[in-house]
Design a protein around this ligand. Sequence first.
Ligand SMILES: [Fe+2]
Length: 596
Amino acid sequence: MIILGINAYHANASAAIVVDGQLISAVEEERLSRVKYAAGFPTKSIQSCLSRAGVRLEDVDHIAVPRDPGARVGRKLRYAMRMPRFALERVRVMRRFAGIREELAAAFQIHPTKIRAQFHRIEHHRAHMASTYFVSPFDRAAVLSADGLGDFASSMCAIGEGPRMRTLGEVAFPHSLGMYYTALTQYIGFWKFGDEYKVMGLAAYGQPEYLDEFRRMVWADGPLSFRLGLEYFCHQTQGPDMSWREADRTPIVGKLFSDYLEKRLGPARQPDEPLTERHRNLAATMQAALEEVLVSYWNGLAAKSKQTALCLAGGVAFNCVANGKIFDSTPFENVYVQPAAGDAGLSVGAAFAVQHEILGRSREFQMDHAYWGPQFSSTEIRQTVDGVDSSDNVEIAELSEADLCRTTARHIARGRIVGWFQGAAEWGPRALGNRSILADPRRPEMKDILNRRIKHREIFRPFAPSIIEEAVGDFFEKTHPSPFMTFAYPVRPERRKDIAAPTHVDGTARLQTVSRSASPLYWRLIRAVGDETGVPVVLNTSFNDNEPIVCHPEEALECFRRTHMDVLVLGNFILERKKLPVSKEESVERFAQREN
Ligand SMILES: [Fe+2]
């Protein structure tokens, strides 16, 4: 039984393939098209999934898309009359869904009748919920989806029992925690699609000074419900402008906050204006008000579902700062967040919704690692390494796994920045040890060094630590697994100096807990770092430079060439830049001065 899930005509386009109840591959289009958050039709991802499963499109039995035009039709029609431009855009998207068989056939150059799969439309939030609960380790759990907007709802919750989910409640458009967060992100001067996590990082630098005002903007109005003060927003009058540029498939979100919001809080920050204390306090308040609503929602769901396990999905589930507070503020004891919690994850959710809710199959799969993307053979990696020439000025060695870990660990311990490329690409927006840039977490200056030399991003954004799971309790005040970097926990005060670089200004860190069974090579490397330094932790940031995370070994090599990494590990090959200066810090400073 082959099921293909497709998230199309939407940001974070993606595909996933499930064969006989097991996920075989899941890929976000941006990794292959090299356009961040790419929208449109995910032809390359579908090709990649089919090839990993070793099947043809003609072999697929079921194709599922996470959109149901029949959901909340009355509400859709009412708003369509009020917002004709938005309605036209939705009609355009729906038309494309209606022609998905033809689009697939054209992309794969076969006649549409050759596609024998049955097509299914899964409601957006049911697909989000399926994307987490059906791949979680739990037989029974409370399930919550919360995002900006999908099928005219912004949130849904359920109780999952075996291969079924029973809906407990939903919140419909225009009330939306995702819209709230995006609107305020824009107001603070960040307009690009996906900028919300930047403001979440900024929030740690401020104080929630505007809570009274923000509580009029968003509040819980029942155990499973919340409301927006609609006068602060404009998506309910003009329709949220959520589309994409056809030329490069970059998603676009139009302005979501109203003039009234500016009247109450002062003028919006322009993107080129400096960030002041006021902006930091606005970000802190935005985060605090969201957390108040989430705590109420989580507790309402715990009471109604009577469960101690919780599964989260939807863009709001990426709020690792809020997620880290679940254990202290609710009765939930175990929480699972799928690595692609946002809309990319819908392809996995749609496929598993078919497997369990439509076909009634029992559950046999658990997503305990994130390595579901494209992978490359040792021959392909060797070909890339063969392309290195004298102008690259590197020394190349091919090492056994044990030597590779020991040598790489030594480089990290000496303050060198290492590009680490292994196995299959990660599913979801985080690099989790297969497409990562790694550095020594003990050195406080490493954050600035990485920013200057490689990442070129805002200084207020934190880096993350990866830690072997056996050591989590030594460094953090919580030990609940965070294999996909979806929780931020307080670092024990006495250990903050040991992981100074990835500890955020508020004393927390968005950690990845690394288990030996799920990530054997990465675990071995981090343990080797621990052998060198006494700290079994690495600073882990995604392998990229203002682009989607590298996917192919050639892209890793190009990123290494472009930036100023010291070492590149490609499979079993280690490439080291020659003529490393004696004092790395000195050279970094010289480099920084040159750059400035
Ligand atoms: Fe969504």
